[in-house]
Write a protein that binds this ligand. Structure first.
Ligand SMILES: NC(=O)c1ccc[n+]([C@@H]2O[C@H](COP(=O)([O-])OP(=O)(O)OC[C@H]3O[C@@H](n4cnc5c(N)ncnc54)[C@H](OP(=O)(O)O)[C@@H]3O)[C@@H](O)[C@H]2O)c1
Length: 245
C-alpha cells in the first residue's frame, strides 16, 4: 500500500486531497500546523502530524515520523491581494516564505529517501494565476511562478533517480483562502489606485470555477499516472485559462 504526505490539510484542497486518497486505499500522512484543527475522520490508514512549512525543525520531525513515503504534495499556501507600491515588505516576505521557500524546504527534506529508493513523486500546488496575469496579485503570482520555475528545473535534475515532479494549477475556489488573504490586505487603498482597485473588484463578480474535488482529482492523476502532463490545470476556470494561454 502506498503512502502520501500532504501539507496544509486543515482545510480546503489539502483536506479534500487527503480524503480522496484515503477513499482510494492509500496511507495518508496529513500534515497541518495545528493537528487539533483536523476535520478528517479517524482511519487506520491516516496519520496526522504537525508541520509548519516555515519551521525547519517541524519539517524534519514530520518527515522522520512519517517514515517511507511514495508521494509528497506541497499544498500549504497563503494569498495576498493588493497594490504593490504600498505593500508591506514583511508581508511580501511572508508570502514567499510560505509559498516558495516552504515548498522548497519540504521538497528537500524528502529527496534523500526518494533518491535512495529511486522512486517518488512530488506535486506542487501552484495556481492558475501562473497561466495569465491578473491585477493586484503581483506578489502572490510571483511566489507561485517561482515554484513553477523551480519545479521545471528540478525535475530535470531528479529524472536520473526516477523521481517525478508535477504542477497542479487550481482556479479560484471558495475555500478559506480568500478570507485569510483578505486579512493580509492593506488597511486602505492608496488614493492614486482607488479607481483601478474599484474597477478590478467590480469585475470580480464571476463565481469561483474550481471545486476542491477538482484539485484532489488533479493531484491523484499527477501522482498515479506516470505519463500525466507536467502541468495540470484543476477546475473549469483554470482549464479555460490553460487553453487560452
Ligand atoms: N482557493 C483558491 O482560490 C486557490 C486557487 C489557486 C491556488 N490555491 C492554492 O491552493 C493551496 C491550498 O489553498 P486552499 O484554497 O485550500 O486554502 P486554505 O483552505 O486556506 O488552505 C491553506 C492551507 O495551507 C495551510 N498553511 C498556511 N500556512 C502554512 C504554513 N506555514 N505551514 C503549513 N501549512 C500552512 C493552512 O493551514 P492553517 O489552518 O494552519 O492556516 C491550510 O491548511 C494554496 O497553496 C493556495 O495558494 C488556492
Amino acid at each position: 500500500m502506498k503512502t502520501i504526505l500532504i501539507t496544509g490539510c486543515s482545510s480546503g484542497f489539502g483536506l479534500e486531497t487527503a480524503k480522496y486518497f484515503l477513499a482510494r486505499d492509500w496511507n495518508v500522512v496529513a500534515t497541518m500546523r495545528d493537528p487539533k484543527q483536523s476535520q478528517l475522520e479517524a482511519s487506520d490508514r491516516l496519520r496526522i502530524l504537525p508541520l509548519d512549512v516555515n519551521d525547519p525543525g517541524s519539517i524534519d520531525a514530520a518527515v522522520e515520523a512519517a517514515g517511507p513515503i511514495d508521494a509528497l504534495v506541497n499544498n500549504a499556501g497563503i494569498g495576498l491581494l493588493g497594490v504593490f507600491e504600498t505593500e508591506n515588505m514583511a508581508v511580501v516576505r511572508e508570502i514567499f516564505e510560505t509559498n516558495t521557500l516552504g515548498t522548497m524546504a519540504v521538497t528537500r527534506a524528502v529527496l534523500p529517501q526518494f533518491r535512495e529508493r529511486q522512486a517518488g513523486v512530488i506535486v506542487n500546488v501552484t495556481s492558475s494565476v501562473t497561466l495569465a496575469p491578473l491585477p493586484l496579485l503581483s506578489v502572490y503570482t510571483a511566489s507561485k511562478s517561482a515554484v513553477t520555475a523551480f519545479t521545471q528545473s528540478l525535475a530535470l535534475e531528479l529524472e536520473q533517480f526516477n523521481i517525478r515532479m508535477a504542477l497542479v494549477e487550481p482556479g479560484r475556489s471558495p475555500t478559506r483562502f480568500g478570507e485569510t488573504a483578505r486579512k493580509r490586505m492593506q488597511q486602505s487603498v492608496p488614493e492614486a489606485y482607488a479607481g483601478f482597485v474599484e474597477s478590478v473588484f467590480a469585475n470580480m463578480g464571476t463565481p469561483a470555477g474550481t471545486d476542491p474535488v477538482d484539485v484532489a482529482e488533479a493531484v491523484w492523476r499527477a501522482v498515479t499516472d506516470p505519463v500525466s502532463p507536467a502541468r495540470i490545470p484543476a477546475g473549469a476556470d483554470a482549464i479555460a485559462m490553460a487553453q487560452a494561454s
